[in-house]
Write a protein of this length. Structure first.
Length: 417
């Protein structure tokens, strides 16, 4: 018996090693597959962006109708009526914006081509930023553990400042990538293929001359995010202590701050494009953004809504497909059900977030293309005449007056924004 015991342990260790090797190999395979599918989705959007945008637009109407039926069948009449209203609003919204799909599609195609032009440099910048963000979260977590053990652990102000620092660091990293992408795409827009090292130059500017503006804009959103967390804690305390009126007031305040936070994030997205393209300070970029939205706000918002739905679809589809592949690989390799579900979860997360990173670059490029088109469409005519023609034709087909409001005339270049 004693002689067979080491053999049993050795076999057990071998089995564990084999399982771990299969899991590591599976994760590596899922990473590679996710990268391929994310790139393929970008290419698919370049060719069939209009169809994807149309599909997502009308699918939202269909899903709202389905939810309406589900709630009525379940006897939830209030939610059913609410979803009737949502379905009607979604239907009329889809009908109102469907004529804007050609421009959104051309904008998306141009942005995808711009990002593809800088592959793999821009994806590598995004990957480096992702590592930096993970490092920041690790450093902050260690600092937070020290804070919890300190005498100031019960100080609300200190806790609030810790939250601000966490969100601030994460947002700065994200916005650095946004500004670097916008700067590179702007170089491609104005200088074509002749710009020397546009990605490295744009990244350098984002980390140096534009870094103060990035930090300032990120700080505003970080404060709002931390405020929401603090209000949520106060609301929970009020609910537990039975102060319903106070909880309702805090809930309304939290809702208001969330709305302001959302608008500020959206405002920053455009302001940082001006920072990247023209090297403006954050205050001046904010004024330019205000002017842009005063003239073209509805067009920009609808354009974003249509395109971001298509980008989100790619993340969901890729994540789901890679998750299924992970589960299939695990079962084919003879792994147990627990390991199969674990690998499926890894596939879902890896596929979703890796695609989200690439689609984030495209999203930044979309905003940059919109701003550059509004500012100086003729520059693009000189560097990329074919893409310029697509953009002009798609907009002019339905939005000739809006196109002229963008400053299509070269003589109005100084007065556009």
């Amino acid at each position: 018996a004693s002689a067979s015991e080491p053999s049993s342990k050795g076999g057990s260790n071998d089995d564990i090693g084999s399982i771990n090797a299969s899991l590591v190999g599976g994760v590596a395979m899922l990473l590679a597959l996710s990268a391929v599918l994310a790139t393929a989705w970008q290419q698919f959007l370049m060719q069939y962006g209009s169809a994807v945008i149309s599909c997502m637009l009308w699918t939202s109407v269909l899903m709202s109708g389905v939810m309406c039926v589900v709630y009525f069948v379940a006897g939830a009449w209030t939610m059913g009526i609410l979803f009737i209203l949502i379905t009607v609003c979604a239907y009329f919204y889809s009908g109102a914006v469907k004529e804007r799909i050609p421009f959104a599609s051309s904008n998306l195609r141009t942005a995808c081509i711009g990002v593809r032009h800088f592959s793999p440099q821009l994806p590598l910048v995004a990957a480096g930023a992702l590592l930096a963000q993970c490092l920041w979260i690790l450093i902050w977590a260690v600092a937070f553990l020290g804070f919890r053990a300190s005498p100031n652990a019960d100080n609300p102000l200190a806790y609030f400042l810790m939250l601000v620092s966490f969100y601030w660091g994460c947002l700065v990293v994200v916005n650095v990538v946004h500004v670097a992408t916008a700067g590179a795409v702007a170089s491609w827009w104005f200088d074509g293929d002749n710009a020397p090292n546009p990605v490295s130059g744009a990244t350098k500017r984002a980390l140096t001359t534009s870094f103060g503006s990035i930090c300032l804009g990120s700080l505003v959103v970080a404060v709002l995010k931390a405020t929401v967390v603090m209000l949520r804690g106060l609301r929970d305390q009020a609910n537990k202590s039975g102060h319903d009126a106070a909880a309702m007031i805090i809930c309304c305040t939290e809702w208001l701050i969330r709305i302001i936070e959302g608008w500020m994030k959206y405002f920053n997205r455009w302001a940082f494009v001006f920072v990247a393209v023209y090297g403006l300070e954050f205050k001046d970029a904010g004024q330019k953004t205000h002017t842009l939205f005063r003239r073209l706000g509805w067009t920009a918002i609808v354009n974003d809504d249509l395109i971001q739905n298509a980008l989100a679809l790619g993340c969901l589809v890729t994540g789901a497909f890679v998750g299924v592949v992970g589960y299939t690989y695990a079962t084919g390799a003879g792994l147990g059900s627990d390991n199969a579900f674990e690998l499926a979860l890894w596939g879902l997360v890896i596929g979703y977030f890796l695609t989200k990173v690439l689609m984030g670059l495209v999203d930044s490029a979309v905003a940059t293309v919109f701003v550059c088109f509004a500012q100086d469409p003729q520059a693009f005519q000189q560097t990329h005449p074919q893409l310029y023609t697509e953009l002009i034709e798609s907009w002019a087909a339905m939005h000739g007056p809006v196109m002229r409001a963008c400053g299509y005339s070269a003589n109005e270049a100084d007065d556009r924004i």
